[in-house]
Ligand binder design. Sequence first.
Ligand SMILES: Nc1ncnc2c1ncn2[C@@H]1O[C@H](COP(=O)(O)OP(=O)(O)OP(=O)(O)O)[C@@H](O)[C@H]1O
Length: 248
Amino acid sequence: MKQTLLQLNDISFAYEQRKALDHISLQVNEGDFLALLGPNGSGKSTLLKIILGLLKPTSGEVVLFDEPAKQFKHREWIGYVSQKSNAFNSGFPATVFEVVRSGLTKKVGLFKRLPKNVHTLVDEALEAVGMLAFKSRSIGALSGGQQQRVFIARALISEPKMLVLDEPTVGIDHENVQAFYDLLAHLNQQRGITMLLVTHDVDVVSSHITHVACLNQTIHFHGYKNEFDEMSQEARDVWYGHAVRKIH
Ligand SMILES: Nc1ncnc2c1ncn2[C@@H]1O[C@H](COP(=O)(O)OP(=O)(O)OP(=O)(O)O)[C@@H](O)[C@H]1O
């Protein structure tokens, strides 16, 4: 049976008096590729922060890899790529190698000694995202799409079982968005890395995902992609508005 990597039980959260999340329950199993959809301000980033342990829920429980989040010791199993990763300007003083190597901190902190030498680990991570040839380049000299691949490599170097991505294609030009999602699909299908992706590109990513969750303070829909496909546009509009288009 597949392991449940993430279980949210009745999570609510408020910024001071302002409610952002209302009784959220959600489950992500090993191998899932879940797209989390929601309009601006619907609480997507807040929910990711709770999953990553950066915010504490006002009520409810987060369970990671079958352990209550408080007791969970393997944060390196959950890689994170933010929407702002690909925003380095050309003057940023770090090479691709240095950026990817910085992803080792979590792992080194835990194991103290690395199983392989650092260059081998960085090379393997860059190879996995098709960026090995850029190892010595300055991160700021790369395109948004290339930078985001490097940040995937940075997450991969600690061998995560799950990747959490917050609108990773913001700032990436249209033709590279599909290639970026193809890479995520490859990592999901070939390496078995579970994906939790916040996105507005529901049409582009639709052929790769297995599940959809629709959030607007509360979860309005959570199920298999084909169930989402079968929902009528009217049903979606009731809770979402215009931003979610039907997947063809
Ligand atoms: N630090 C904060 N302090 C107070 N309110 C906040 C804070 N961060 C977010 N909020 C509010 O909480 C709600 C949810 O915000 P959140 O950033 O989680 O939404 P989102 O779905 O990620 O939005 P977007 O798609 O625009 O990134 C919004 O009403 C937002 O204004």
